[in-house]
Design a protein around this ligand. Structure first.
Ligand code: MN
Length: 419
């Protein structure tokens, strides 16, 4: 598919994240006003809540955008999602008859503050990247036992916390927790010294389910995708994780990018998961390509310093797709809801430069990596992490907007001396 040209000139630049082909969904505010639904186009946010109010959208079952989140529009279903995209592409296309009516609803993106784009119902995080699972398993259990015996048969996951999912730009405080090194007789309660990132994609569920769904049905339930940083305290994780998986190590915060890129915008970039090493049972087999070719990178900027890109990888490295994860999630009969968020699992490629966490990049802290003006094994206070991603089309790209967060120092012992 070629670039769809818009009368919004900045949307036609080859390096613009938000061409007419994209139209991602966010929530924005301008000074002195309440947050509202918007769509990114070029250097602007289009106030779609205003457009709907002015009668320019006429969505079935509307109004759907008179709330500061996208859940109601998601709940309206795929026919409405498609109708919204088609209508906006008409209104914003080069030569559109209604340009004059639409133009007053454009807000310069630089003047907009971005908020959480949807209400997160529940958050589940997976462990579905082959390279990441092998690297981490090698460090924790040795290369022979790196992959757990179930890993090639089901996408392993755990139920995370929706309450700590935050939008890009929200500072993230270094957590306290209980840690214990192998040589220490007793655990200690202290701020994490191995605070880390995980580069992931998040899938946003736009349709509820009752009972089991197929992989094909699961794919249709996904409204769109965001970038996701699953902040992780490795020292807390190492002590707490067996036998029920991560708990407090992952509960501090999960940062997402501010725009939900609709699945429809990513259709031209579908790719297959890698070849199966052992055949999957039929209920998890994919009927077609269900991953996406999305180039990803992570920048690390120390306080007052310059950014170093510490990792470059691609979403297509995943062993399981979000559709497979979602289908697996329903096998027990577990109902899925509008606004559920699924983390892909850390996306690491096969090379050292393509590892999606500092745990892997510094190999457990044994091989600190070089950054502008220093080295890093794990995150230091004042570090800002920025995840970026885009799918590359011919003469255009589908971008996600930055997913960034700055690490701020741990509280002084919040429970007081002696606790
Ligand atoms: Mn994770």
């Amino acid at each position: 598919m070629p670039l769809l040209r818009s009368w919004v000139d900045s949307a036609n630049r080859a390096d613009c994240d938000f061409p007419l082909n994209n139209l991602p969904c966010g929530v924005f505010s301008v000074e002195g006003e309440e947050p509202r639904c918007g769509i990114a186009i070029g250097d602007f946010v289009l106030d779609v809540a205003g457009l709907e109010e002015a009668g320019l959208l006429a969505l079935d079952g509307g109004p759907l955008l008179d709330v500061p989140f996208w859940n109601e529009a998601m709940e309206a279903g795929p026919a409405v999602w498609a109708a919204l995209r088609a209508r906006l592409q008409d209104l914003l296309a080069e030569g559109a008859a209604e340009r004059e009516a639409v133009e007053p609803f454009l807000v310069p993106r630089a003047a907009a503050t971005l908020h959480m784009p949807f209400l997160v119902a529940e958050y589940t995080d997976f462990y579905a990247g082959r390279n990441h699972a092998f690297n981490v398993g090698s460090m924790f259990r040795g290369p022979e036992n790196a992959l757990p015996p179930n890993w090639l048969h089901i996408p392993i996951g755990y139920n995370g916390r929706a309450s700590s999912v935050v939008v890009s730009g929200t500072p993230v405080r270094r957590p306290w927790g209980q840690v214990k090194g192998p040589d220490q007789p007793m655990p200690a309660f202290q701020p994490s010294r191995r605070f880390d990132l995980e580069l992931e994609m998040g899938a946003v569920v736009g349709r509820a389910s009752e009972g089991m769904v197929s992989v094909a049905e699961a794919d249709e339930m996904i409204f769109g995708y965001v970038l996701l940083n699953d902040w992780s305290a490795r020292d807390i994780q190492a002590w707490e994780y067996q036998p029920l998986g991560p708990f407090q190590a992952k509960a501090t915060a999960t940062t997402i990018s501010p725009w939900i890129v609709m699945r429809a915008a990513l259709e031209p970039f579908r790719v297959s998961t890698p070849p199966r090493e052992v055949p999957l049972l039929p209920h998890l087999q994919e009927p077609g390509p269900m991953l996406y070719d999305i180039a990803l990178e992570v920048g690390l900027t120390p306080e007052g310093g310059a950014e170093t890109v510490i990792a470059r990888t691609n979403y297509r490295e995943m062993y399981y797709s979000a559709a497979q994860q979602l289908a697996h999630h329903t096998t027990s009969g577990c109902p899925m809801n509008v606004g559920d968020l699924l983390g892909s699992g850390t996306i690491s490629g096969p090379t050292k430069e393509s590892r999606g966490s500092l745990l892997e990049l510094s190999w457990g802290g044994k091989e600190p990596i070089a950054i502008e003006g220093g080295t890093r094994s794990f995150l230091e206070d004042g570090d800002t992490l920025t995840l970026r991603g885009h799918a590359q089309g011919e003469g255009y790209r589908i971008g996600f907007g930055n997913c960034s967060g700055r690490v701020i120092p741990a509280h002084e012992n919040p429970l007081g001396a002696g606790r």
